[in-house]
Design a protein around this ligand. Structure first.
Ligand code: HGY
Ligand code: MN
Ligand code: MN
Length: 420
């Protein structure tokens, strides 16, 4: 087959990204479509309609994944692709969206070129990839790959509400998410198209990234429990200031993040009570996350963080409650899929480079059930998770073209899984 015929309709793909960006929570700069929020739930009907328009058989599974299947001529195996369409608060228009709409564009091009695959093609918009108020992420892809157990749903948000209750109310009963099966013939391989969310491709003038590994993530929530006092009369030596303790803790997170090769660590959210100008804070809750390609570094860093937080609390005569939230091991992508993407990119005449992902992705969970890989396209100035997030139309089209050609080549191919 002439792979050039699979070139996407760049305007159609771009217009879809623009249209989807119209579903956003009001009163936020940038784009905000948080999991289970109104705009997100509404947008999934739009995504399902795009899938149906591409000739996919569409259903929503018990984990809230929107799934489109194009039956193969033999259907003895399936090839999977997709990403997510939820965003962080005040985020961008491309993170996840490029991979989901790019996958739908592949289905359209297969139909328009009369290309019939032997394998089933499965296109998925995974529910809730971004971290949520319950401190976890990748709800849909974890559930679809059997990576959730009952306690996954017991996580609570700041109001003490559980994730399970929230999902139940949204129409996704947790029980249904346990023991979910892959929705088509056995999965042969999975490829996710995604923006790089970093500066390397742009900086090196490279058109595509062949992802080698997806960073591991450790997340901890720490509640420093001090004592509320009058800010004008409580002597500095008598205070049990929870927020001052948290401030010290946040700086240790930054030090830990600087301690490893390719490691990062962040505190992105702090909750303070009572939150009055003239009251010494009694509670300061912070959510810390650490990332690295090295599982050893992650384990050491988590233990160091917990020890240092406990020492800060003890020094100040206050309590601290520490809870480990998610642990997502670093995941190498399959060499067989890396090679397939690289060879196909060569044949298409696109420059590419091997690149690790500092961001987490649904593909990290799909790697548990099949050889998985990712294709990156450049992010302008490496920015993401902000309104400035941007990828050029031509870059998105190149990524969708490489995705289409890789999936066509994956059809019927025996793919090696790396020794685990
Ligand atoms: O946080 C991440 O790495 C991803 O963008 N959800
Ligand atoms: Mn993201
Ligand atoms: Mn993403």
């Amino acid at each position: 087959m002439d792979l050039d015929e699979l070139r996407p309709d760049a305007d159609r793909l771009w217009n879809g990204i623009e249209e989807l960006s119209g579903f956003t929570e009001p009163d936020h700069d940038g784009w905000t479509r948080r999991v289970l929020g109104e705009p997100y739930l509404e947008s999934r009907g739009w995504v399902a309609a795009q899938m149906a328009g591409a000739g996919l058989q569409v259903h929503t599974d018990a984990a809230g994944n929107t799934i489109g299947v194009l039956a193969g001529t033999e259907g003895k195996a399936s090839i999977g692709t997709g990403s997510h369409t939820d965003t962080v608060a005040r985020g961008g228009r491309f993170d996840g969206i490029v991979g989901t709409l790019g996958a739908i564009e592949v289905a359209l091009r297969l139909r328009e070129t009369g290309t019939r695959l032997r394998d089933d093609l499965v296109v998925i918009d995974f529910l809730g990839e971004e971290p949520n108020e319950f401190g976890t992420s990748c709800i849909g892809s974890r559930a679809l790959t059997g990576a959730v157990s009952p306690d996954f749903f017991d996580r609570t948000n700041d109001d003490g509400r559980t994730l399970g209750d929230r999902l139940q109310v949204a129409g996704f009963p947790p029980d249904g998410m346990l023991g979910l099966r892959w929705p088509a013939a056995p999965l042969r391989g999975f490829v996710e198209l995604h923006i790089e969310q970093g500066p390397v491709l742009e900086r090196t003038g490279t058109e595509l990234g062949v992802v080698t590994a997806i960073a591991g993530i450790e997340r901890v929530v720490a509640s420093f429990l001090g004592r509320a006092d009058h800010a004008g009369t409580a002597a500095m030596t008598d205070r049990k200031d929870a927020l001052a303790a948290a401030a010290q803790a946040i700086l240790t997170v930054e030090q830990i993040g600087c301690s490893g090769e390719n490691s990062v660590a962040t505190v992105g959210t702090v909750h303070v009570e009572p939150g009055a100008l003239n009251v010494v804070p009694s509670l300061a809750r912070l959510w810390a996350e650490m990332r690295s390609p090295s599982p050893d570094w992650l384990g050491t860093a988590r233990r160091e963080l917990m020890d240092r937080f406990a020492a800060i609390a003890a020094e100040r005569g206050i309590e601290v409650d520490l809870r480990r939230l998610t642990d997502q091991d670093p995941v190498p992508t399959a060499h067989s899929v890396q090679d397939l993407i690289a060879d196909t990119s060569d044949d298409l005449g696109y420059s590419w480079r091997s690149i690790p992902s500092g961001a987490g992705h649904d593909a990290a969970h799909l790697a548990a059930i099949a050889p998985a890989g990712m294709i990156f396209v450049p992010s302008r100035a490496g920015r993401s998770h902000c309104p400035e997030e941007w990828t050029d139309r031509e870059d998105i089209a190149r990524g969708a073209h490489a995705l289409a050609a890789t999936l066509v080549r994956m059809d019927g191919l025996a793919l090696e899984r790396d020794p685990r």
